[in-house]
Design a protein around this ligand. Structure first.
Ligand code: DP6
Length: 407
């Protein structure tokens, strides 16, 4: 039996992907750019085992066996096996390996079945991009098992578009590509996770509810009905991609933050321009927007930025020197509710919470809203997928059966 365990990160887009030009191959209408979030706070862990003894391909997600009768999953499996087969016939080495080489797979392995077991270290239903980390981890682990190297972000893309960006650490762009077969629609690193160490990220979990409209269905409706989307994809995003990459390379926080907020707002604008309209943000989300703008206006400087995906949770960016004050302000206006079930309200990297100054509090013109946030995760930009070397960490036992199934 060959067995590999990998961990892969969640990413949050600062230039959003919304809309496909090819549904089957998952090819986007515009390029996008994201920050990879640190594995220590949010990650998916996946073990893949291949053995001649297995009767069928099987998969367990968060403790439950799932059907493999899922075209996106099948596509990822098929593509990895195909690439492994190709490598057998022409074993030339590619560059740009994201997870490290696993060595070539023995010939007969291509006919073996696989067992896949995957778990998130964060609540799946919290709307925290679990499919991106999930598919990135699946593809990274499969690649390692089969000894497939090079840029495999195009395979992760076919699981879930945004997953291709989780194949690298730091800041990552997904280039939309022009080719019909999608060969050039791949993710590339803009800068590594060490490039801008002062960036801090706060995830404000507004709701644990599953989203009403999935990204896949939502973006389909937008492509079909929104005249604004075409303008965004043809005119706005190409310019923004260049400006965003430059702001990141220059570590220019104000420009980075302004572009991030504008792009989040434009993404939600095209959702509203969809017919019938789609709205992902709720009252709490909109109040967070007000708080961030009040904070920036108080200092007459852009010290914080927000971005929202297809759900009400906010992701805020700020710099290390301001995180304590920003978080103190957030917890003052969105204090913890009564029901905590013993779990901490602020999770992740440690921060001291202090009472914000009277002047700063006065700059925010709404009353505190207890119980609006479930919890906050404090994290930073992190690395791409990693192989877990410690054998005891495998999620499958020596027979290829899940170790942690609920009794
Ligand atoms: C709003 O990657 O989940 O998070 O490709 O259909 O699986 P599919 O969609 P998905 O969409 C992500 C949309 C987004 C923006 C982004 O991450 O760029």
């Amino acid at each position: 039996m060959k067995i590999v365990t990998c961990r892969a990160p969640v990413n949050i887009a600062v230039i959003k992907y919304w809309g496909k030009r090819n549904e089957k191959l998952i090819l986007p209408v515009n390029s996008s750019l994201s920050a990879t979030l640190h594995l220590d706070q949010l990650c998916t862990k996946t073990t893949v085992a291949a053995s001649s003894a297995f009767q069928a391909d099987r998969i367990w997600l968060n403790g439950k066996e799932q059907s493999l009768d899922n075209p996106r999953l099948q596509k990822c499996l098929r593509e990895i096996r195909q690439r492994a087969r190709k490598r057998k016939s022409s074993p030339s080495k590619d560059a740009g390996l994201p997870v490290g080489g696993g060595g070539s797979a023995p010939e007969e392995m291509l006919d073996w079945h696989v067992h896949i077991c995957s778990e998130n270290n964060f609540p799946t239903a919290a709307g925290l991009a679990s499919s991106a980390a999930g598919y990135a981890c699946l593809v990274a682990s499969l690649a390692k098992v089969y000894g497939v190297e090079g840029n495999i972000s195009d395979i992760a893309r076919q699981g879930s578009g945004s997953a291709c960006r989780s194949m690298y650490g730091g800041f990552v762009q997904w280039l939309m590509g022009r080719k019909k077969d999608g060969e050039d629609s791949i993710a590339k690193q803009v800068v590594s996770e060490d490039y801008w160490p002062k960036i801090r990220i706060l995830i404000l979990v507004v709701s644990d509810q599953k989203k009403a409209t999935s990204s896949t269905t939502g973006m389909q409706a937008t492509v079909q009905t929104s005249p604004l989307l075409k303008y965004r994809a043809d005119v706005i995003v190409p310019e923004r991609m260049v400006a965003m990459a430059t702001a990141i390379k220059e570590r220019n926080f104000e420009t980075f933050a302004e572009l991030t907020m504008k792009d989040s707002n434009q993404f939600h604008a095209v959702c509203l321009d969809t017919h019938p309209p789609i709205s992902y943000m709720n009252d709490t989300s909109r109040t967070i927007v007000r708080l961030v703008h009040a904070y920036n206006a108080f200092y007459n400087q852009t010290k914080a930025a927000y971005t929202f995906d297809a759900g009400p949770n906010a992701v805020l960016f700020t710099l290390e020197d301001d995180v304590e004050e920003l978080l103190s302000l957030i917890t003052h206006f969105f204090p913890q509710g009564e029901e905590t079930n013993g779990a901490s309200f602020i999770r992740g990297l440690p921060v001291d919470i202090k009472t914000p100054s009277q002047e700063l509090k006065a700059a925010v013109t709404f009353d505190p809203l207890p119980n609006s946030l479930r919890y906050i995760i404090h994290t930073q930009v992190g690395p791409g997928p990693e192989t877990v070397e410690d054998q005891s960490q495998h999620l499958l036992d020596q027979d290829g059966q899940p170790k942690n199934l609920p009794k």
